[in-house]
Design a protein. Structure first.
Lengths: 130, 130
DNA sequence: CATGCAGTCTAGACTAGTTCTAAACTGGGA
DNA sequence: TCCCAGTTTAGAACTAGTCTAGACTGCATG
């Protein structure tokens, strides 16, 4: 927990109890939760936290680069503590979003997109459990 | 216009004036419009069309496979008349979504995602005009 | 021509994700 | 103790999208 306080302080985020609960959950999760899922989780330990604070904290963590927000799901942004480059596989049955290591997929020469300078790219896969 | 009527009929869609206006625009567009952008466009030629009809028609066209709906933009689904496989490049300055031909990006061995059978994939690139 | 009917269209209500607002709270300095 | 900047809160507001209930359309039948 003190390590978490240090992380927030180092990134210019004043560590309040509410922010610590949000960060503790979203930085450790293995899934890609929506803001609402983060709220539900944080409410278990901090029953008075407001939706606005959860949104504010998530956006703050995104702005500081501690998490990423991704548009992989229809209807709601999802948050992702893995900010290193990786791909995503969406289970077409459950909707669960899985992380795929960067090296698992080999993308060649994506820079050749006429007239554009490519800054970033990632692969979105769809599939189901074998 | 008669060709359009035939396309709708062949796909089991009764061609009404409202549906024809929606289809005429969305099947011919070079962009990736949101439902609201389609509504604004159709209102120019069919000033009494309702939002419900535009949504219903777009969903009908998606269900019949004539267009695709894509989650590439935060906050709203976009529609795409190009249903063949291709990639997308999002201009980070303007937000405009460009189509990238399938052959322009070479993705190798994406099937190797442990435990999953990959049904489909595409690359999402971000960049800006050179 | 009159009636009926299935399918369609419309306005507006409703839901859900997200942001905004304004007031209350908090916790270190003067 | 008082102040003040920063934070939190409840709820309003906004927006994308769906749903509902009634009106409309146009063909089929008597
Ligand atoms: Mn933001
Ligand atoms: Mn749909
Ligand atoms: Zn991820
Ligand atoms: Zn496209």
């Amino acid at each position: 927990m003190n390590a978490l306080i240090d992380i927030l302080r180092k990134n210019g985020i004043q560590p309040t109890p509410q922010r610590l609960e949000v960060a503790k959950f979203v930085l450790a999760t293995q899934s890609h939760p929506t803001a609402d899922q983060v709220l539900k989780e944080v409410l278990k330990r901090c029953p008075t936290v407001s939706r606005a604070t959860v949104y504010n904290t998530l956006n703050l963590l995104v702005d500081k680069g501690l998490i990423a927000s991704r548009t992989l799901k229809e209807g709601a942004v999802v948050f992702d503590p893995r900010t290193q480059r990786h791909h995503h596989l969406i289970d077409t049955e459950t909707g669960i979003i899985h992380d795929i290591p960067w090296e698992s997929v080999d993308v060649r020469e994506p820079e050749i997109c006429e007239g554009f300078e490519v800054e970033d790219y990632h692969v979105v896969l769809r599939g189901r459990k074998k």
